[in-house]
Design a protein around this ligand. Structure first.
Ligand code: 5GP
Length: 178
């Protein structure tokens, strides 16, 4: 697994420190709002499990799954909801927690879909942001790291369902996916 990684881009320690900061900032901003955190499966799972433990305030958690890249590393732009929320969000303060914003197509779809359900507020918290590849105007309200245009894996992010369990974020060797 590690031999298919070209470079460790963000270490385990850097991730832990950043996630603690993000959690503390969210706690300050949402202290009395009982926010609903929406974990976008599967990539955000590890991030969210650390993030919510860094938020020392009342909150609830729900999950959505949307279609992603599959086995390829290129975005299709076609978004499909594979699993919807179990709870209504009308009047709730909602935070979408994502692993990465790349072209922005997925989040843009998700944001518009959730806004149509009348939440009290809607914010986006993404561990990673790859702004150089953006196709729609969307910017996370809370962001861990801005990264270059490289395909990364680890800490929840996969290639072909592999590498999610790496404790760091690494750049995959191109020969691993060509
Ligand atoms: P977008 O719609 O913003 O192009 O893509 C969002 C989704 O694409 C992410 O939630 C993630 O699943 C996938 N994705 C985008 N860039 C990367 C990357 O560098 N590595 C991995 N593993 N997935 C990515």
């Amino acid at each position: 697994m590690h031999d298919q990684i070209e470079e460790v881009l963000i270490s385990q320690q850097e991730i832990q420190e950043k996630v603690k900061q993000l959690g503390s900032q969210l706690k300050d901003d949402y202290r009395d709002k009982n926010p609903l955190i929406i974990c976008v499966l599967k990539g955000a799972l590890i991030f969210v499990s650390d993030l919510i433990r860094a938020m020392d305030c009342p909150l609830s958690l729900d999950f959505m799954a949307v279609s992603s890249y599959g086995s390829s590393t290129k975005s299709s732009g076609v978004v499909q909801i594979l699993k919807d929320l179990e709870t209504g969000i009308e009047g709730r303060h909602v935070i979408i927690a994502e692993d990465i914003v790349d072209t922005g197509l997925t989040l843009n779809y998700l944001r518009n879909n959730l806004l149509s359900r009348d939440p009290a507020s809607l914010a986006i918290c993404s561990l990673l942001d790859k702004p150089s590849r953006r196709q729609v105007k969307i910017k996370p309200d809370y962001c861990g790291f801005v990264i270059p245009d490289k395909f990364v894996v680890g800490y929840g992010l996969d290639f072909d369902q592999q590498f999610r369990n790496l404790p760091y974020i690494g750049i995959l060797k191109p020969e691993a996916y060509i």
